[in-house]
Design a protein around this ligand. Structure first.
Ligand SMILES: Cc1ncc(COP(=O)(O)O)c(C=O)c1O
Ligand SMILES: N[C@@H](CCOP(=O)(O)O)C(=O)O
Length: 465
């Protein structure tokens, strides 16, 4: 499998090189040159496979030519061995026709572990083959950071530097990152928003000499491997609910558009997915776009679902590229203009396609709390604020006879203050995290300035060279 950039000016690459590159040199995002498509019979034979084996089968076409199938299977089995639920991604029915798929049974209690546990192992595998090292730089609004750190801590060939927006994650999220003291891990709290952190990461990639000097790579969903590793749980849910002989819909709490893009990719691969529903918080740029063709970036506003406090959704570029019939020039112009003007203008036909493909619902914090409360009263299901937004979107757009699966993206114990406000319950952290608040933290606060951050990354790399 080969990969092309959404902006058309970067080299075409294979999977391992895309994994290492993270972001394409032209600022674009990598996508497969062509989509693997499965027939109904090919979907059917996947029914009943244990999750790690299913994941290996779904991911294999994307790694073809680089990772041997038996190696991929071993890495998938190792990745999910430590999850605390036998099904790995269990489905729970909460209402008639409405299911929740729990993606938070990994070590850091968020859906990011689903991809990140595999990415850490893939990095190790490819770096060992190449006898090389990388410096991973990542931006987090709370969950990517801890999942990436957990997946990379102590890995000899990897140094990882994570930028989080100072004071804008939950305390549990911050401590999950900053209490990891392995020397290959560096945490920087940026005086800014998640969008600022993400811009700093992209600016480091755009600084060609720095990128080269550091051997930069990415663990955010700008890295295609993240998206590939998020496709299998949609397949698992759909097959368990009757696919390919029945359509299934998905509702996904959305920020950087990576998770729902994986659902779209599953559909592109021939999985019978009917509706795709975006749930946003008050940072509702995607909802405004899908409803009113208004993609204008506003200031990021803190909410009860901090991991979705995002205005510039990186992965939208991948969808745009597809909707523009892979016209890389048009895609590059549209995205560059958006970054310059703060407003994205897309042809009417493209917007109609997008709004036909995706439903969208945005919830204010009060409505999110109400959703958490009502769900707990009616179904005794305790959803974290992100998952609750997805569930509300799923309920709004479900159709008779079509199962709707809402993605539960984080464990409620990650957001205790929000849970207390909503239902008066402070969910307990699992045993491996009960002493989280007794552990020493290590992180530095830095201004939102590229040269300062680059110097810190350089120092981290030198320390671990
Ligand atoms: C708990 C949680 N829910 C939802 C999201 C949004 O997912 P995405 O950025 O893939 O749209 C995130 C962050 O990515 C998250 O951490
Ligand atoms: N919500 C994310 C933001 C980064 O998203 P990613 O999927 O691109 O890594 C977070 O929790 O950090």
């Amino acid at each position: 499998m080969r990969y092309v950039s959404t902006r058309g000016q970067a080299p075409v690459r294979d999977f391992s090189s895309v994994l290492m590159a993270g972001l394409a040199e032209d600022g674009g995002l990598y996508l497969p040159e062509s989509w693997p498509v499965l027939t109904a019979e090919e979907w059917r034979v996947l029914r009943g496979l244990p999750y790690p084996d299913l994941a290996a089968r779904i991911i294999a076409p994307f790694t073809a030519g680089c990772i041997a199938p038996e190696v991929l299977l071993r890495l998938c089995r190792e990745s999910y061995a430590g999850f605390d639920h036998a099904a790995i991604v269990p489905l729970v029915q909460v209402e008639d026709g409405l299911f929740v798929q729990e993606l938070f049974h990994g070590p850091t209690l968020a859906f990011k572990d689903m991809a990140m546990q595999l990415l850490g192992r893939l990095f190790d595998h490819v770096l060992t083959e190449r006898d090389a090292r990388v410096t991973i730089v990542g931006a987090t609004s709370g969950d990517t950071g801890s999942a990436a750190i957990e997946a990379c801590r102590g890995r000899e060939r990897v140094r990882i530097v994570i930028l989080h927006p100072e004071g804008r994650t939950s305390d549990v999220q911050r401590r999950q990152m900053t209490t990891v003291l392995e020397p290959n891990v560096t945490n920087l709290a940026v005086q800014g928003t998640f969008d600022d952190c993400q811009d700093l990461v992209k600016a480091m990639f755009a600084d060609a000499p720095f990128r080269q000097e550091m051997g930069l790579s990415a663990v955010n969903s700008i890295n295609w491997a993240r998206i590939a590793a998020q496709i299998p749980y949609y397949v698992y849910a759909a097959l368990n609910l009757g696919a390919p002989d029945r359509e299934v819909s998905f509702a996904v709490p959305t920020g950087n558009f990576g998770n729902i893009l994986a659902a779209w990719a599953a559909r592109r691969m021939g999985l019978p997915v009917r509706a795709l529903c975006v749930g946003s918080n008050r940072n509702d740029i995607l909802t405004r776009f899908l409803r009113d063709n208004d993609m204008s970036a506003r200031e990021v506003v803190p909410s009860l679902s901090p991991s979705m406090d995002i205005q510039v959704s990186s992965n939208f570029e991948r969808l745009l590229f597809e909707l523009l019939n892979r016209d890389a020039g048009a895609c590059a112009r549209t995205v560059t203009d958006f970054r310059r003007t703060g407003h994205m203008s897309v042809p009417d036909a493209v917007w109609r396609q997008a709004s036909g493909l995706f439903h969208a619902l945005a919830l204010e914090d009060e409505d999110t709390k109400t959703e958490i409360r009502n769900l707990y009263r009616s179904s005794q299901y305790l959803a974290d604020p992100h998952s609750a937004i997805g569930i509300a979107a799923g309920r709004m757009f479900r159709e008779p006879g079509i199962p709707m699966v809402a993605m539960a993206t984080a464990h409620p114990a990650k957001f205790p203050d929000a849970m207390v406000q909503a239902v008066g319950i402070r969910p307990a952290l699992p045993p491996h995290l009960t002493d989280l608040f007794d552990r020493p933290e290590r992180y530095d606060v830095v201004p939102n300035q590229l040269d300062t951050v680059e110097n810190r990354v350089r120092a981290a790399a030198l320390k671990n060279s």
